[in-house]
Ligand binder design. Structure first.
Ligand code: 3PG
Length: 404
């Protein structure tokens, strides 16, 4: 990762700083209250630092997608949550770039914090455009004259070429906030020049990008081995010609993974033993965990986890790694009977001396459930952005930082 500007490169006292965190958090569908404030807690450290340095902090963020049940036009609840975390007042204004928002920004004193209305209420926000195109939008044209510096803190929104992510870069000085900085440093350590051997553990249920990740990591000699679990392993087992049973094939079809089999087959043929597959799996037999060897498949019961023999083999492999990247649980961890594979493997990861990074989808949640969160050098709260990064794609939000 090439150098990028951070908070250390600017003097903030009295400056108006527009911060773009990722405040998109789970909300209860009935009460509309925030049920997990982890992301707000993460970004609070960037905001605290700016406020303590005397910046006038203006926050621009989104919650949900317009029209979806988790969409909240007002971020008042987010302002309250941030205020509780910081132990200081956080103002909220239900306006994005009208006169009310502009006056609220002009009236901020050094150290004060203001959150603007959900930026996805602006119809042009969620369109993928170039930074130059977005810089001509009303949002940027109205707010830019009032701000001095733009801080991009949300790595987890960096895969979106959205207006509030890239639009201020052509017209304002830009730097990474602490979350973005930490994320890019951790990812570059494990992903760009990893200490070898490097092991990547891939699981999870949303596996559409898996084949691309495996190909990128092996072709570019980033990973030495890929250990598979979850639907990822079922995809590769099917690619090797294992008959999983109709119920499991149907799941692959429903998740649009079945069509990836030909590409997965090519990778298995090309990289052979570098792609590790389960030798046993756990089935859901009327709610009970029953393990069978892969050689005993097909089964008409759903595969829910890797088996204990596989987990122990994976555990031995990670013990010698110097760098480990984990993306996704290895089984249906939400059910206690099927968390065992993830437990055994991730406990071995925790014990290893490797530099370890985890992220994507449900990874933070499974590590929290296993009490292993703190054993990792870095746990990313990003979903899509993390996955796109590890497929080798360029993220628009990261590109604007590198450009500076
Ligand atoms: C996320 O939750 O991954 C980010 O906030 C991006 O949200 P989006 O997928 O709705 O763009």
């Amino acid at each position: 990762m090439s150098e990028f500007p951070t908070l250390d490169n600017f003097y903030f006292y009295g400056k108006t700083v527009l911060v773009r965190p990722d405040f998109n958090v789970p909300v209860d569908p009935n009460s509309r209250k925030i049920i997990d404030d982890s992301r707000i807690r993460e970004h609070a450290e960037t905001i605290r630092e700016l406020s303590e340095k005397g910046a006038r902090v203006v926050i621009i963020a989104h919650q949900g997608r317009s029209g979806d049940p988790d969409y909240l036009e007002s971020l008042k609840g987010h302002a309250e949550a941030l205020s509780t975390i910081l132990g200081k007042p956080v103002k909220y204004i239900h306006d994005l770039f009208g006169e009310d928002a502009k006056n609220a920004i002009r009236n901020l004193k050094p150290g004060e914090i203001l959150i603007l209305k959900n930026v996805r209420s602006f119809p042009e926000e969620a369109k993928d455009k170039t930074p130059e195109e977005h810089s001509k939008s009303k949002l940027v044209q109205e707010l830019a004259p009032l701000i001095d510096i733009f801080v991009l803190d949300g790595f987890s929104v960096a895969h979106r070429g959205h207006c509030s992510v890239v639009g201020f870069a052509p017209v304002k000085p830009v730097c990474a906030g602490r979350v973005m900085e930490g994320e890019l440093k951790a990812l570059s350590k494990v992903f760009e020049k990893p200490e070898k051997p490097m092991i990547c553990i891939l699981g999870g249920a949303k596996a559409e990008k898996t084949v691309t990740i495996v190909e990128y990591m092996l072709r570019n000699n980033i990973a030495d081995s890929i250990l598979t679990g979850g639907l990822v392993s079922q995809l590769f087992l099917a690619a090797k010609g294992v008959n999983l049973g109709n119920v499991n094939v149907e799941i692959l079809k429903r998740k649009k993974l079945y069509e990836l089999i030909p590409k997965a087959k090519e990778l298995v043929e090309e990289y052979g033993d570098s792609i590790k597959l389960p030798v046993d799996v756990a089935l859901d037999v009327d709610g009970r965990r029953i393990e069978v060897k892969v050689s005993e498949l097909p089964s008409e019961k759903p595969i829910m986890d890797i088996g204990v023999e596989t987990a122990n083999t994976y555990g031995k492999l990670v013990a010698n790694a110097k760098s480990i990247l984990v993306s996704g649980p290895l089984g249906v961890y939400e059910r206690d009977a099927f968390i065992e594979g993830s437990r055994r493997v991730f406990e071995a990861v925790a014990l290893s001396k490797a530099y370890k990074v985890a992220g994507g989808g449900d990874t933070a949640a499974v590590l929290r459930k296993l009490n292993l969160y703190d054993k990792f050098n870095y746990v990313s709260l990003a979903g899509g952005a993390f996955i796109e990064y590890i497929t080798g794609e360029k993220l628009p939000g990261v590109e604007i930082l590198k450009r500076k």
